[in-house]
Ligand binder design. Structure first.
Ligand code: 8DG
Ligand code: MN
Ligand code: MN
Length: 363
């Protein structure tokens, strides 16, 4: 009997939503190098360049086995000249000089620090950098004006820099579910975001609130947030009303932002009892999103991520299917109709895509 070992082929489909991308992949160093350059490009406001590096990194994330050499890069989609040079250097020398220089630079380090603050985006971070600010201490000593959100972000900075663990996220989901079900029997709470993709840690906890009867979810968020407040669990909150209308033109170009009623919070996460003198809680970011039942599959798909997977789904829908996909629904532009779905699987079917389960959406 002859045994033939077939190596997994490195054929990669062009859109990330056509690929299965697990959490673990064979090239952490290569992906890290490209994602650092992507991040640095975004810090300079160079979206297109950032996206090119993100695309290349995402292709490496889905490889079923390690590359056997630089020659195998040429068969892969989405690896531009610059990415190719970076990958070649890391494969041959272990590091890429350009990436190391970026990581060491004052600009990159400061932008990374400032954008890590809750409520601070690239534009604000850049303005502070140009004003000569370099540290959290500088913000205070220069009397920098902060929004209420940024103020909370600075105060909780060290806590929020600690990753949230899966058990902590599930604990918060249970706490919210208990409270929601008391206020509205049969209310549902779904843990979305990175945790749904199988990540062991996250920078926040993303929860979708709903109810099996359409419309019953309206009015749940206010009392729920009030209850968290009464329990002394709320360190910060910022609510937004729903701005969804079926008459508005469907759009997928407004980024990940959607129009659900939501509340961005910083919560006091109560920690297991420890010795005396040790603080018994830690600040954690929690996003609550209220979703009508009929939109739940779309919201779940939209809030599970990864961000790149979402971007690619929407790009695929538009360019390959003439459809508009967002967290509210799927719109067929030729027919001028919305395509309803009762599960994520159905949305993939509408798009003519193989179903990709959440744990394989780590693009
Ligand atoms: P992490 O928290 O584990 O670090 O990563 P994540 O869970 O993948 O990222 P996230 O920033 O918490 O976002 C989760 C997903 O939610 C992401 O795919 C984008 C999506 N999303 C929407 N709408 C909105 C929105 O209005 N704001 C934000 N921040 N994310 C949104 O679908
Ligand atoms: Mn998240
Ligand atoms: Mn989030």
């Amino acid at each position: 009997q002859v045994t033939v070992t077939v190596e997994p082929s490195l054929q990669v489909a062009p859109y990330a939503c056509q690929r299965r991308t697990p959490l673990d992949h064979p090239h952490p160093a290569l992906v890290m190098a490209l994602e650092t350059l992507a991040e640095a490009a975004l810090f300079e406001g160079e979206e297109a360049r950032g996206l090119a590096f993100t695309r290349a990194a995402s292709v490496l994330r889905c490889l079923p086995r390690a590359l056997r050499g630089t020659h195998e890069l040429s068969g892969l989609p989405g690896i531009g000249g610059h990415s190719h040079r970076v990958l070649q250097e890391v494969l041959e020398d272990g590091v890429c000089a350009e990436v190391e220089a970026v990581k060491q630079s004052e600009r990159y380090q400061t932008m990374k620090l400032f954008t890590q603050i809750f409520g601070v985006g690239v534009r604000t971070a850049d303005r502070w950098y140009r004003e000569g600010l370099r540290s959290l201490g500088d913000l205070q000593s220069h009397g920098t004006r902060l929004t209420r959100e940024q103020q909370a972000g600075v105060e909780c900075f060290e806590d929020l820099a600690v990753p949230v663990g899966r058990a902590e996220a599930e604990g918060l989901a249970c706490l919210v579910l208990d409270a929601a079900a008391r206020l509205l029997p049969n209310a549902s709470v779904t843990l979305a975001g990175g945790f749904r993709r199988g990540k062991p840690h996250g920078h926040d906890v993303d929860l979708l609130l709903s109810h099996p009867e359409e419309g019953r979810e309206v009015g749940l968020l206010g009392p729920l947030v009030a209850w968290l407040e009464e329990q002394g669990l709320l360190l910060y909150q910022h609510s937004q009303h729903s701005s969804y209308t079926t008459t508005a033109e469907p759009s997928s170009s407004c980024g990940p932002l959607d129009r659900f009623e939501r509340c961005f919070t910083i919560l006091r996460l109560v920690l297991p009892a420890t010795g005396t003198g040790v603080r018994a809680w830690r600040a954690v970011r929690l996003d609550l999103v209220v979703v009508p039942h009929s939109q739940l599959p779309f919201a779940l798909l939209g809030w599970t991520g990864s961000r790149h997977f979402e971007r690619e789904l929407r790009r695929f829908a538009r360019h390959k299917r003439e459809m508009v996909l967002n967290s509210h629904g799927l719109y067929n532009m030729q027919q001028g109709t919305f395509l309803p779905a009762s599960s994520e699987e159905e949305i993939f079917q509408h798009l003519g895509l193989d179903y990709i389960p959440p744990t394989l959406r780590n693009a």
